[in-house]
Design a binder for this molecule. Structure first.
Ligand code: AQP
Length: 349
């Protein structure tokens, strides 16, 4: 797969820099989504490139979602985007199902990607677990829809957490195979942007698992809507080891839970892990955990307060998403039309 992407010759310089990313409304937003994704989304918005951020509701239904919960979570995620600093005037914000081009391009990509590529996707294996026969076809095909999300906008950069690296590689390989099969230089080689100290925030209960909104244990994650007491309690109960914090990074080797809490502290305080350890090295967790809880509350409380305020005006959220969908379609429709022409699909003009 790597080779296919590398042999693709289209220089990305031929494409206008454009950022696309999305989050599933499959539950409440977590600190992992915030630090690994949304904060990067805001940075990119402020950098001046065109930014497109999606609430990927079609991805969310690859596993069962209660319809009323899906609606509420779609609005809540949009409120989270805006409360965290995304501006619907500067960025295009919309929900995926309102722009049919995602599904239309995904079908074409379903015919480009190979079964063998999909079978290697670790996220499918993790999510389907031992019961793969019962998983939806949508969950298996998820990465082809993700490739369509990105390539429908000719996006050149995608800010994501570490867990999405493999899917991004599949996007690049899909673009490369399409370009190769049809003899065109049409889709760009999209670059993942995986940066910062919190590209993989881990569960508070198990340092080997990522923090996830669909983890059955609420104690495993910090939700963006948790109140101060809940955040403090979850951090107090977070699993750790009995040793004091080290003064240097190498002292965190083989201490996944300790590393996770230090990484979160560093990300929330915009510091490096080395800086944090210089300050807290030698402290016991009984002293460090309250420091982390205070910092998390200080950073998250204004966001959750603003989310709650925005959620009181669901019509306004729906209007933002509707406007964003129209703007998104203006970019995606001509790219889809051109794709149809390349593939040889007749369309009346
Ligand atoms: N723990 C995490 N640390 C850093 N980044 C994370 N992301 C998710 N969890 C972490 C990043 O958030 C973005 C949106 O993810 P998603 O909602 O599309 O799907 P996901 O990666 O599967 O996230 P969840 O929270 O685990 O959702 P569920 O439980 O529904 O599967 C991505 O950029 C992701 O990297």
């Amino acid at each position: 797969m790597e080779d296919a992407a590398q042999s693709q010759s289209t220089p990305n310089a031929a494409f206008t820099p454009r950022v696309f990313s999305g989050i599933q409304p499959s539950g409440g937003l977590t600190l992992g989504n915030y630090l690994g994704a949304i904060r990067r989304f805001v940075d990119m918005q402020e950098s001046g490139v065109q930014t497109i951020y999606c609430v990927v509701d079609m991805h969310a239904i690859t596993v069962w979602q209660e319809p009323q919960a899906l609606l509420r979570q779609t609005r809540e995620l949009t409120a989270g985007y805006i409360a965290a600093g995304l501006d619907p005037e500067k960025s295009i914000l919309f929900n995926q199902s309102q722009v049919a081009e995602h599904a239309q391009l995904a079908w074409i990509f379903n015919c480009v990607v190979r079964m063998g590529w999909m079978k290697r996707m670790t996220q499918f294996k993790d999510k389907a677990g031992k019961n793969a026969e019962e998983a939806s076809l949508g969950l298996f095909g998820y990465p082809a829809l993700m490739a369509a999300d990105i390539l429908a906008y000719h996006a050149t950069h995608v800010p994501v957490g570490e867990d999405q690296k493999q899917h991004l590689e599949l996007t690049r390989n899909t673009a490369a195979k399409f370009n190769h099969d049809y003899g065109v230089d049409f889709f760009p080689m999209t670059e993942p942007v995986i940066e910062g100290t919190a590209t993989r925030v881990m569960s508070l209960r198990d340092g080997s698992k990522k923090m996830s909104k669909s983890d059955p244990s609420d104690a495993s994650r910090i939700n963006m809507t948790d109140d101060a007491d809940t955040i403090a309690r979850k951090i107090r109960k977070a699993r750790t080891d009995p040793d004091p914090l080290p003064s240097e990074d190498k002292g965190l080797e083989d201490r996944a839970e300790a590393r996770n809490l230090v990484n979160i502290y560093a990300a929330l305080s915009d510091a490096t892990v080395e800086d944090v350890l210089r300050d807290v090295g030698g402290k016991q967790f009984s002293e460090f955990k309250p420091m982390l809880a205070d910092l998390a509350v200080a950073k998250l409380a204004p966001i959750s307060k603003e989310m709650a305020r925005l959620m009181e005006q669901p019509d306004e959220i729906d209007r933002v998403l509707g406007r964003g969908a129209n703007r998104a379609r203006e970019i995606a429709a001509p790219i889809l039309h051109r794709t149809y022409d390349i593939v040889g699909m007749l369309r009346s003009t």
